[in-house]
Design a protein around this ligand. Sequence first.
Ligand code: FES
Ligand SMILES: [Fe+2]
Length: 439
Amino acid sequence: MAVTGLAARAPARGDLDPDDLVLEGPHTYRVHTRAYTDPAVFEAEMERIFSRTWVYIGHESEIPHPGDYKTAHIGRQPVIVSRGDGGEIHVLVNRCVHRGSVVCRSPRGTANYFRCPYHGWVYGKDGSLAGIAMREGDSGYSEHFAAPAGLMRVPSVATYRGLIFASFNPEVPSIEQHLGRAAFLIDNKIDQSPVGEIALRSDPYVVTYRGNWKFQAENIVDGYHFTFVHEGFIKLQERYGDSTGDFGVHRGRSMAEVRRIRARGVSWGCSQGHGLSAKPVDQIESLLDGRLGDYYRELLERHGPERLAWIAGSGAMSIFPNLGIIHHQIRVWRPLAPDLTEVTVYPYELRGAPDEINQGWLRSQERFYGPAGHGMPDDVEIFALNQQGLDASAVDWLILERGIDSERRDEVGDYEGLPSGETPQRAFWRRWKRLMAEG
Ligand code: FES
Ligand SMILES: [Fe+2]
């Protein structure tokens, strides 16, 4: 496709044809500015993406016991995720059936029932209506009153390795079909635990940025930006290293070393829209002989040498549409408006792993991602700058063509590419386009 022909295909305002917003040719991949800025696109995304596919809403370790709950969002729909008496998980729309108030205001907790703060209607852990305040009497309800059953239940709920997903689509494909190749990387992350389980114990931290939600979905697997956006961090590493502790991640000690590390590995762009990147370990022998040899030998016994190379390596994931997993961290992004996004970061620990590992990861989270860290502020600043740049709407197209000629499509329809190519980002947009086109 000739680049000179793109301007002619720029969509008119008011139209919403995804074919005009994402253009793919043999050596060309372009996304239109409007895909990030147009309120009509945002509205369509809430319906066509967030109401149709699986959306990540929490982890089982956040609600381990009957009565435990957390609140979350599926796109713009607020939900309660609650653990029932039999251990089952209920996902309920957090909107009172009386006059619509939010029922549960806390991010998490434990309760035998949920009472609406407005007029006191009460719901059980499974959302069933358990009581109507002051129902009887002259000013109460008619004897013919048809009381609703309770809070609306989200029809599809599934878990994978403790990750909880839900969907408003009753016919959504299975979670295994949705995850596809991403399941391999999720397994690698979780199997870093000798017992194969992670736990979200620390409170999450939350950041809101003035930019579109898709910047975060793209960026968590963007191998291209690191040495530019995080240049200040690399310089600090060069100067101070881990002199205040061994933090476990971001090991490069100079720009050249960081570039070398980041040139290794592989990236995938999955047909389901997920972007993945991974670097297996070259020499597992050095791990077995190292300070944490006992830990790695246990993993070797359980998984064998080939899997251990992947498990002990690094990996990052953008699971379509709202979940990231990177560096012992689950990251969730929530679209609030075309130019406003909330990101919540949950550090996790590996059950059964030596304290040294879990403590080291937590310190590295604080150093790079936490409120006083270096990396997250860098990233959200660039997202806001990116959004500001797109206000220059006289320019139509963004270019996502890096590595396009070196990626290969496999038998399941996933693309494999080089680590700092834009293979993961193109996969995101392909799925985006398909869902948006379904109308
Ligand atoms: S809105 Fe919930 S009880 Fe009235
Ligand atoms: Fe970054």
